[in-house]
Design a protein around this ligand. Structure first.
Ligand SMILES: [Zn+2]
Ligand SMILES: [Zn+2]
Length: 183
């Protein structure tokens, strides 16, 4: 069976049962980020290297520009250019989008294995794109210091923390201060 990636995606999308909006997103991702790069490749000749270069391209430029300078216009319709039309600067596709593209491809290829179009799944050997960094981030050292400083302004917290009132000059182990501190 020598179907191309395009043919496999067509069949795959026809059989997918997903919410309309998710489906539209996947179809859009495939049109913009998969088909132009490997659409005409026979699925039998896919290997880990092909997926590696696809993911590298997705991390290079979300618009897949040809590296020559051009202006990103604010609209595709006829318009007078203003400050919203700027020179294109390459930025990577987000990590979570790259992962979704990976899931679209691996889902389609699993189907190809089930249909015996392929003996093994070539994407199983590809290094999956890294997971997006967890969000929200744990507090940074700076934030942690600020939280601690806020806490110290709260006298109740100072008591609970086991402040040694008896070591203060006006206290003493038998002083009233020491006795009244919650310890
Ligand atoms: Zn413009
Ligand atoms: Zn670019």
């Amino acid at each position: 069976m020598n179907a191309t990636v395009n043919q496999l995606l067509d069949q795959h999308f026809e059989l997918l049962t997903l919410e309309r909006s998710t489906m539209d997103t996947y179809v859009r991702y495939a049109d913009k980020h998969i088909r132009p790069f490997m659409g005409r490749t026979p699925i039998g000749s896919l290997d880990a290297g092909v997926f590696g270069s696809l993911y590298a391209e997705l991390r290079r430029c979300r618009n897949h520009c040809d590296r020559s300078a051009y202006v990103e216009h604010r609209t595709e319709r006829a318009h007078g250019c203003d400050t919203r039309c700027r020179p294109h600067v390459c930025s990577p596709l987000g990590a979570s989008t790259i992962r979704q593209i990976h899931f679209v491809l691996s889902g389609a290829l699993k189907r190809a294995v089930r249909w015996r179009w392929l003996a093994t799944n070539p994407i199983a050997e590809a290094e999956p794109p890294p997971a997006p960094r967890p969000s929200p981030q744990p507090p940074s050292a700076q934030e942690a210091a600020r939280i601690l400083a806020e806490t110290w302004k709260d006298p109740d917290w100072v008591c609970w923390s086991g402040w040694r009132w008896d070591l203060l000059p006006f206290g003493g182990s038998n002083g009233s201060w020491g006795g009244s501190a919650r310890s």
